[in-house]
Design a protein around this ligand. Structure first.
Ligand code: GLC
Length: 597
């Protein structure tokens, strides 16, 4: 053979080998759009429908169904986890699932999705960051981006590719159980911090090992329902919806968010999951969102009509992946029939699958079919916890500080620490922590406020008595109370008053002339007008997560407080909803309020 031919042959072999060797993607060198079209052209209807199907891990009848039904995505709903809940157990599980996907004819990898909404909060001993309402109080977009970047590393370290975060709701009525999942009541703040979160999660290059898919949710106006009812109806004109609730999607899309989740809620009586106007005309066409749109958990089943109507209307409205979470065989069979009988045009199916494949290629999923184990060991690291501690510090809002009782002296002794949230990691983390609804006690690694105070003043200078009522022989009482964990509709309230037992305890200290420093751990402003005069200092700590040291950093003056209210603080339930800096009502504290020293 002539030398030149030999040379050309060897170059082509090397280049093929390079393509094969540097990725599981046989078309590694092609532009993504060409790869997508090439793959799509090979796909059967069954394979296309499988890509659009997302199943909850614990609803898999057999793990091999991932292969046999060509499933495109698996998720863990809140609290759904492998037996070994540490990062290694998660990574082993996802890698095993991926193995089934790679046994399919076309070897299209699955996306594994999870609600890592304040750290990778399903993984044992992962760092738990403040919930978004606390991040909103920091007003620090760069910090939010760093928090999200660490979250991405702790998600990727567990083998997971996709988090259903950030929630960019703009909660307008604090009776809503998901208020704490939003950054605040003003769209500009949500826009800025939502975009920062997307940048942190997805990184500058999506193919990076530390990048995961972000998900802007819940599209659109989830935070604007009547009376704050979860999954309720938004009764507003379109201009108001656009101004308050749609505008944060400009930031998220501008930051390159690759997935959006539709909202359970309705707008003027129409379920969002069936609205072609909002999902396709506005989100995909007007806002030029070119990623994939995923439904919420079993949300299509809330649509009117038969099972077939629900599938037809949600997919024709623009949903690309259906988060089932169960009965996937029935769904797949029904969807196939609906396409074959032209109720759902094949062009809509191809558009959905094209979006799904595009996002998978953008993520570099073919090069991520095994967990990057070097990240697994960083889950819950001290370095990550230091950033969470900074986030806690910057999230605290000092609402009252009479006679400059704060900061406390580190040489203080005879401190009474009291209250339900004083020594409870579960309570200081809130919902979406290890379990969907959160939990109580040492549910994961972290530092309670009690342990943090002990570290500052010494174990013999602080005494934790959960119910401090009638306790007298102390020079100071630090009272840590608030809301017990909840998630979603379980957190809907008609009354945000403090527990009467907590009110009685605070007033007993006043009677006994013991100064009170009140620390509130809650997913939203609470009604405190009946005890505000009984406290010398009041700090809103929101739901700080695992790093209680961030609270004592402020309490004992190592750092000055900088937090500002992300919500107007109502003085009574009758004032709710009350939003915006100039609302004219004599609220307890206005939006943006926060003391320092
Ligand atoms: C839930 C929530 C959504 C979450 C999804 C998966 O019902 O509405 O925020 O991402 O289901 O857990």
């Amino acid at each position: 053979m002539k030398p030149i031919l030999l040379l050309l042959l060897s170059i082509s072999l090397i280049s093929c080998a390079d393509k094969e060797s540097d990725s599981g993607d046989p078309d590694a060198g092609l532009p993504i759009s060409e790869k997508v079209n090439k793959l799509l052209a090979q796909m059967t209807l069954d394979e296309k429908i499988g890509q659009m199907t997302q199943v909850n891990k614990s609803n898999l009848l057999k793990e091999s169904d991932i292969r046999d039904y060509y499933l495109g995505s698996i998720l863990s709903g809140g609290g759904v986890a492998p037996p070994n809940r540490r990062a290694t157990g998660w990574a082993d599980m996802v890698d095993r699932f991926q193995g089934y996907a790679l046994q399919t004819r076309l070897k299209i990898p699955i996306l594994y999705g999870i609600d890592a909404v304040h750290g990778n909060n399903n993984v044992l001993d992962a760092v738990i960051f403040p919930h978004n309402i606390g991040l909103g109080a920091t007003r620090d977009a760069a910090l939010v981006e760093r928090v999200a970047k660490i979250t991405a590393e702790e998600v990727a370290g567990a083998g997971i590719h996709w988090t259903f975060a950030p929630c960019i709701a703009v909660p307008q009525d604090e009776r809503w159980g998901r208020t704490y999942e939003g950054f605040g009541e003003m769209p500009d703040l949500v826009n800025e911090l939502g975009a920062a979160s997307v940048r942190g999660l997805q990184g500058t290059t999506l193919t990076s090992k530390t990048s995961v898919l972000a998900c802007a949710k819940h599209f659109v106006a989830d935070g604007g329902t009547q009376n704050g009812k979860d999954q309720g109806d938004v009764i507003l004109d379109e201009e108001t919806i656009r101004t308050i609730h749609l505008s944060p999607y400009d930031g998220a899309i501008g930051a390159g968010v690759q997935t959006v989740m539709a909202s359970y809620s309705s707008i003027n009586g129409q379920k969002m999951h069936g609205s072609a106007y909002w999902l396709t005309s506005v989100l995909k066409n007007e806002k030029k969102f070119d990623g994939l749109l995923v439904s919420d958990w079993a949300a299509i089943r809330q649509l009117p009509g038969s099972n077939d109507d629900q599938i037809t209307n949600s997919i024709n409205a623009g949903l690309d992946i259906i988060m089932l979470p169960d009965n996937y065989k029935e769904f797949i069979s029904a969807l196939k029939n609906l396409v074959e009988t032209n109720k759902i045009p094949i062009t809509r199916i191809d558009d959905a699958v094209r979006r799904i494949l595009t996002v998978k290629y953008r993520l570099g999923l073919w090069e991520k079919t095994k967990t990057e184990r070097s990240l697994t060991g960083t889950v819950g690291s001290d370095a990550h916890r230091l950033v969470a501690r900074e986030a806690v510090r910057k999230s605290l809002v000092v609402l009252k500080n009479d006679n400059n009782i704060l900061p406390l002296s580190k040489s203080r002794s005879s401190i009474l620490l009291t209250g339900s949230h004083g020594d409870n990691i579960g309570y200081q983390s809130g919902g979406w922590t290890m379990e969907w609804q959160g939990g109580s006690g040492p549910i994961t690694k972290g530092t309670t406020v009690y342990k943090a105070i002990q570290k500052v003043v010494g174990e013999n200078s602080v005494y934790f008595i959960e119910d401090g009522t009638e306790v007298t022989a102390f020079q100071l009482a630090i009272v840590v109370i608030g809301e017990e964990p909840y998630a979603e509709g379980a957190g809907d309230r008609t009354d945000l008053s403090l527990k009467s037992s907590d009110v009685a305890m605070i007033k007993s200290f006043k009677t006994n002339k013991i100064p009170v420093v009140l620390i509130l751990m809650s997913g939203r402003p609470l009604i405190i007008s009946n005890i505000i005069d009984d406290c010398d200092a009041i700090i809103a700590a929101w739901l700080p997560g695992s790093e209680g040291d961030g609270v004592t950093d402020i309490l004992f003056g190592d750092y000055k407080p900088t937090g500002k209210l992300p919500h107007t603080w109502p003085a009574s339930m009758s004032q709710i909803p009350v939003n915006g800096p100039s609302n004219g009502i004599s609220v307890q504290f206005p939006y943006g309020y926060g003391l320092t020293w």
